[in-house]
Design a protein around this ligand. Structure first.
Ligand code: ZN
Length: 363
């Protein structure tokens, strides 16, 4: 059975990470991510042009490493897949063109992949031994199969996206809500900048929040009473800016209030996510699981609090292993695997050549 699973080579260069992975079905044989975070930190955020230069430089090496680590030859690969959107246009095309060229050169079927579908399904990835990290996924495999995890509510929280999705089954999605301005990741970075944490701001903010006391510095919970499933974080960022000014003008030393500040900010973010997720679950009463994906889940607290909501409604919780929370090629390969199963791939050279990036692609 296993030997029949397709061997998939996957690429993602949608933002600042250069990533290539090799999968056998849902199993990750290798997943190499070359992060540019230190380079962009100097500029306080991702600079698309610099990212492009780094992708061009790193991609051939990352590709070599991924293939070597998986112990495969490119001739043995069954399908080549790559992200075509959403993301930064000039960065997307580096990975997409590299993958298309390989597919044409080696006469392999090619599949363009939506990056956000990768984040959404990342909790279904398995290690090379065929084990998923999320306990509920393993249970479903042993029980009624992965189909029993659906329908589900998907919550995507990354640097650029904050979205709620109704997942009828793999490949069948309905967007329920999204951020009207900043994503959670952007809010972390912007507030991190206000507090001089450097880029990215999320990790320090999360660490400091652990040391603070709740309720001492409060922030309004965004979109609490908006009666829809959308998010908004730019107002929260503005109130964080005013609050910082106020505290600094009072002349208090930063270390006297910064932990409580981060605690209060984190509480507002978590509560906004919990409120919207709960309303989505209540509105779509038949769901079996909560799927989460995106780099913001590197905050263990957010991962845990969202999981608590899933548990309280007796739902499965499908979340990615740590290495698949940020951008990675493995999640792109996983979507590729499902496309292969539904026969959704391109084999004709002219059709492969025509695939173009779609920077504003949505689910
Ligand atoms: Zn992403």
């Amino acid at each position: 059975m296993d030997s029949k699973e397709p061997l998939i080579l996957a690429f993602d260069t949608s933002c600042d990470d250069t990533s290539v992975a090799v999968l056998k079905g849902r199993k990750v044989l290798s997943s190499i991510v070359s992060s540019q975070v230190d380079i962009h930190a100097e500029w306080g955020g991702v600079v698309p042009d610099i990212a492009r230069r780094e992708h061009e430089k790193n991609l051939p090496m990352v590709y070599d490493e991924a293939v070597k680590k998986a112990k495969v030859n490119v001739e043995d690969i069954d399908y080549i897949v790559a992200t075509y959107g959403p993301g930064l246009a000039i960065d997307l095309e580096i990975g997409l063109n590299f993958a298309k060229d390989l597919a044409i050169k080696y006469s392999k079927p090619f599949i363009p992949i939506n990056h956000m579908e990768g984040h959404l399904l990342s909790g279904l990835l398995e290690n090379s031994k065929g084990k998923a990290l999320a306990e509920d996924v393993e249970k479903a495999k042993e029980g009624d199969g992965l189909e029993s995890l659906f329908p589900a509510i998907g919550l995507l929280i990354s640097g650029k996206h904050t979205e709620l999705i109704y997942v009828k089954k793999v490949g069948d999605y309905l967007k329920l809500g999204q951020t009207l301005d900043d994503a959670v990741g952007e809010a972390f970075d912007k507030v991190g900048r206000i507090l001089n944490f450097g880029y990215p701001g999320g990790p320090t903010l999360t660490e400091f929040a652990k040391k603070g006391e709740g309720g001492r510095i409060k922030f309004p919970v965004p979109m609490k009473d908006s009666n829809d499933l959308n998010f908004s974080y730019s107002g929260l960022k503005t109130s964080a800016l005013y609050k910082t000014r106020e505290l600094r003008e009072e002349g208090k030393k930063e270390k006297e209030w910064v932990y409580d500040f981060c605690r209060g900010f984190m509480d507002a973010i978590v509560e906004s996510l919990v409120i919207k997720l709960e309303s989505a679950i209540q509105q779509y009463g038949n769901v079996k699981s909560v799927f989460v994906g995106g780099g913001v889940l590197n905050s263990e607290e957010i991962l845990r609090e969202v999981g608590r909501v899933a548990r309280s409604y007796d739902l499965n919780y499908v979340y990615p292993a740590k290495e698949y929370r940020g951008d990675n090629g493995a999640m792109i390969g996983l979507v590729g695997y499902y496309k292969v199963r539904s026969g959704d791939y391109l084999e004709v050279e002219e059709e492969i050549e025509k695939v173009d990036r779609v920077p504003r692609l949505t689910l």
